[in-house]
Write a protein that binds this ligand. Structure first.
Ligand code: ATP
Length: 281
């Protein structure tokens, strides 16, 4: 089976069960959103997938082959993470040239063009880049490696709004030209909601949702109105949560809406609101 298959993965750090029986398949040519609150296990999962850390149990397969100690399988994926693995003093432009040794499909010209779009100075030392520009450098690398599976752990950390927009546009343009798999872990759910096709939600090391965004959002709806009318409406229904502002109530409900009360307003679920309800305290 093609894709990255994560089978029955467990990972514990001392008393913390960071991953608990995680089973997911990141298929080919799709953009996944990997969502979860702080400490939910997103980075651990991506690091296990990329064989950067070892799981206590379970296995990772890349296109059907076990990934552990398997250079051919691992060369198909690239993880952009918080850690940087470049020699001290290496310059941005040198890293672009150097990358070809590890990733034969690395497109140096494309990387230089992207650096130009972000105004990333290729003669800067990587160690001297600001937080935002270090993220930009790592993004440029990740977008230029041309491997089938690209894992991005909080890729827009420290980027200003303009640079984030630019990144999303470039990602979609690249994907539109030649689709590949992107697993994007982020807390900026609203920003990526329109980009991602499938949503994986982790909570306390467990996968609590793994389905298409459309499917997930079609499972429920939002109803709002006066407190009394909404409370009456909610009786006997499966309610994910309710927001209250003064006398106004907005509720997130599973199932199909009953629009018979004209005092109530109905709309679709939004991913961020749904996420908050699903992963709340
Ligand atoms: N090297 C480590 N040593 C000890 N505990 C760790 C280590 N790495 C992760 N953990 C713990 O494992 C859990 C999952 O951490 P992880 O970094 O995977 O979460 P995350 O979803 O990426 O969080 P965030 O959104 O805050 O980055 C947390 O409780 C974290 O403290």
């Amino acid at each position: 089976m093609n894709g990255i298959e994560i089978r029955q993965v467990f990972k514990r750090y001392g008393a913390v069960q960071a991953l608990s029986n995680v089973n997911i398949c990141f298929g080919e040519q799709k953009i996944y959103g990997l969502l979860g609150r702080n400490g939910a296990g997103k980075s651990t999962l991506l690091n296990v997938a990329a064989n950067r850390i070892f799981a206590d149990g379970g296995e990772v397969l890349v296109d059907g082959e076990r990934a552990a100690e398997n250079d051919r399988a691992l060369s198909k994926l690239y993880l952009m993470s918080e850690k940087t693995y470049y020699p001290e003093n290496m310059k941005v432009g040198t890293a672009f040239r150097w990358a070809k040794n590890f990733y034969p499909e690395f497109d140096e010209e494309y990387a230089r063009n992207l650096a130009g779009s972000f105004v990333l100075n290729t003669s800067s030392r990587i160690s001297a880049l600001s937080t935002g520009y270090l993220s930009i450098f790592k993004l440029v690398m990740a977008l230029s490696v041309n491997v089938p599976y690209v894992l991005l752990d909080e890729p827009v950390l420290g980027l200003d709004a303009n640079h984030r927009e630019l990144f999303y546009r470039i990602l979609l343009a690249k994907y539109g030209e030649k689709p590949f798999t992107v697993v994007l872990s982020t807390h900026l759910i609203e920003e990526v909601a329109s980009i991602i096709e499938d949503v994986v939600i982790l909570k306390e090391g467990k996968v609590i949702r793994n389905e298409s965004r459309e499917e997930l959002l079609s499972k429920g709806y939002t109803v709002s109105g006066g407190a009394r009318a909404v409370e009456d409406y909610l009786r006997g229904r499966e309610v994910l949560g309710v927001d209250a502002i003064g006398g106004l109530r907005t509720a997130y409900v599973l199932g199909k809406p009953d629009r018979s009360n004209p005092e109530l307003e109905f709309s679709g679920l939004d991913l961020q609101k749904l996420f908050i309800q699903l992963t709340g305290m």
